[in-house]
Design a protein around this ligand. Structure first.
Ligand code: SIN
Length: 354
């Protein structure tokens, strides 16, 4: 071999091992795909409504963002392929178990879940209460289908993988990241039917930004989450039935009575204002409570604390208040609470803890 050829061989070997070393140092992030608009396709590049969600598989989502290789060693798993309005308690149990299994492995540093945006906030809060790890779990979606001009899925996925591989995201609870923002699973909500900046944590504020290929955190949630929670879903394959009844002018108790008759173990009342109960609804809730159904007063307003013994005498009626949880999140906490106890005082404590 000439001197030049052997020098070239040494350089190539050095470059190859440097590349392997750099790849070894990257975090290992698993992407669990569940469907949604991020995996949606439209008829044309300008179709941003009326498209079909949950069409593109996880491998294609990963291939569409080659830059992911620079920030993590990424693996993909297709867990479901659904539009998120079809998410069920059973899907959540399957997903939480898979996340817990993966995070217990030393070679998994973080998880990204691709998800439809319509119920992202519910899945995020469910996992926030049932994942038993401090490793990052980031849920991501998109508001425009993968075939649209300026689809937001690729940049959202890139940011989510970066966030899930970051040490800064450890111990922060389940996070929701879209539109360059990082929100807490407990507090985030979808606030616009169709714009890309739909995810908000109204009043309490989001946790930070994704910028320049890294997370920038400015606040964190102090309510208990993930590894600190007392809920164990590892042996469950269903959850107690909890339904939501809505407060509005000219209110009635028809839906409430139907839910109770159908076997609801708990009812979330999405009341007007500070969780007020109409004269038409209140007797139904009182009867349901006497029959053993747990009643949680929440609010349809979207912000603020539902005051205990404010708009109803909760001590006397043996009701629970949802604190700041919106009705759909209160439903999740009540279902999990009912897997542990039916004592209303203990359940109230859980609402002030999580
Ligand atoms: C869905 O939630 O599955 C459809 C809507 C979306 O992902 O934005």
């Amino acid at each position: 071999m000439t001197t030049f050829a052997s020098a070239l061989a040494v350089c190539t070997a050095l470059l190859t091992s440097a590349a392997a070393f750099a790849q070894d140092k990257l975090p290992n992030v698993t992407i669990l795909a569940t469907g949604g608009t991020i995996a949606g396709t439209g008829a044309t590049s300008t179709t941003t409504v009326g498209y079909t969600a949950a069409k593109v598989g996880v491998e294609r989502l990963i291939e569409a963002v080659p830059e992911l290789k620079k920030v993590a060693n990424v693996k993909g798993e297709q867990v479901f392929q659904i539009a998120s309005e079809n998410m069920t308690n059973e899907h959540w149990l399957t997903l939480a178990k898979r996340v817990n299994t993966l995070l217990a492995q030393p070679d998994v540093d973080g998880i990204v879940i691709t998800h439809g945006t319509d119920t992202i906030e519910e899945t995020a809060y469910f996992l926030n209460l049932t994942v038993k790890s401090t490793k990052p779990v980031v849920i991501v979606g998109a508001m425009r289908p993968s075939t649209a001009i300026s689809a937001d899925g690729p940049i959202n996925l890139y940011n989510a993988v970066t966030l899930a591989g970051s040490k800064d995201a450890v111990g922060k609870g389940v996070l929701v990241s879209l539109n360059d923002q990082i929100n807490a699973g407990r507090d985030v909500t979808k606030a616009n039917t169709s714009t890309a900046d739909t995810f908000r944590t109204p009043e309490l504020g989001f946790l930070g930004y994704m910028q320049d290929n890294k997370p920038h955190f400015y606040r964190q949630v102090i309510r208990k989450h993930t590894a600190e929670t007392e809920f164990d879903i590892s042996k469950l394959d269903s959850l107690p039935q909890v339904d939501i009844v809505y407060g509005y002018a000219n209110n009635n108790r028809i839906a409430l009575d139907a839910f109770v008759k159908a076997g609801a173990k708990g009812i979330i009342h999405a009341g007007v204002g500070d969780g007020s109960l109409s004269n038409a609804m209140k007797p139904g809730l009182v009867e349901a409570r006497k029959a053993g159904v747990l009643i949680v007063r929440s609010s349809r307003v979207g912000n603020g604390i539902v005051a205990r013994n404010g708009e109803a005498n909760d001590d006397e009626l043996d009701f629970v208040v949802s604190d700041t949880l919106n009705p759909q999140k209160a439903r999740i906490l009540l279902m999990l609470a009912l897997t542990k106890t039916t004592d209303s005082k203990a359940i109230q404590k859980l609402f002030y803890t999580y």
